[in-house]
Design a protein around this ligand. Sequence first.
Ligand code: SAM
Length: 395
Amino acid sequence: MRDALDKKCRARQTRDMKNTAVANLHTDGQDFVIRDTFDHASLIVDKQERVRSGFDAFPSTRFYGSKRRQLPWLCSVFAELPGKTILDACGGTGTVSLLLSNLGKQVTYNDVFAFNQISATALFGRKQSKPQDLLVFLDEVRPVRGFISKTFKGMYFTDEENHWLDGIMSLVVDIDDAEWRAMILYCLFQACLKKRPFNLFHRANLGLRHSKGKVKFGNRTTWDASFSTHMMSAHADLLKARALVETPVNVLPAGSADVTVGNFDIVYLDPPYFNSHRHTESYLHRYHFLEGLARYEEWPRLLNNGSPIRQLRDEAVPGEWSSKGRFESQLMSTLDRYIDSTIVLSYVAEAYPSESTLRRSFEERFSQVRVIEKPFNRALSKRSRMELIFVGQNL
Ligand SMILES: C[S@@+](CC[C@H](N)C(=O)[O-])C[C@H]1O[C@@H](n2cnc3c(N)ncnc32)[C@H](O)[C@@H]1O
């Protein structure tokens, strides 16, 4: 599998280098065909840059900001960079770490949230488990009326579903095997996302599931399918994804990117983006419920009781880059921390700070700076948005 992806990546890179100056790469979104010289197969890449084979094995996710759709593009950028050790500093779903492991790099994964750290532990763990093992576990779940049922009544899931969540969590906390616990939580997080309108917990909008109106994001069949059904499918995805792991990935304890320690040839940064014109919701606001599940036993005392959505208190995840006012200096201090590494930063046009400000900051710090750009379609919108990759190196 690694060879196949590697070849795709190289083929893509060769095509890019032939057609375009790498220093300012624009792609027009046309269909194209790559000749795979090894097995002479042609790989069709569609307008959204989704490789129809190879990259399909990467787990699907509803996580906001996931780079899954950009993997072929990122692959072509990383393939041309020298260096073996890489820090994926804001790793999220772990999909980029998975790509890098597949390319044979020595990867260290980091994210500030415990639920993301747990998901990465599941993805990069070695614990063997068959679908039957999960089925047996799920069969033991008995609904109970516990913390979730009482705290989140009528907000995110139905009463019946809340009782089931309390039931599964009463079993999860007693699992001693950390990897098996992580695998179950991974499947549960994915199931929770799928069952939520907009795949988020930013609003207590359970009513949308029962409204007669047109559904804009998600669908009723997916929302109404059981947690168990979604968990079995997430488990299948997880096993498929694990076959892509080539080199072990080191998962750091949850913490902020600006305090990670270590020497890395490359540091990949994919931070939250702040809208330049309006307020941007934090990841804590979007995913507080998953963070609560990840830290179930602490959840009652992490709760902000005054919050209408029963969010966790901001102090629960103090390191998150969630303030537009502080973000620029936090990002710059991370660049300074890794000034001897090659920095690869995923970003978007029209975010705060602006592309030109960031370019200046890179140029002040690195002798070689490239900004590569490419339009991608956005979920929920017909408009595309310009995605950027900054590469800074001191040669
Ligand atoms: C755009 S997403 C990254 C998505 C990821 N590359 C993927 O493909 O799934 C931004 C990530 O930054 C994380 N984050 C926010 N503040 C952080 C911080 N101070 N240090 C590390 N990660 C942080 C969020 O939890 C989120 O997972």
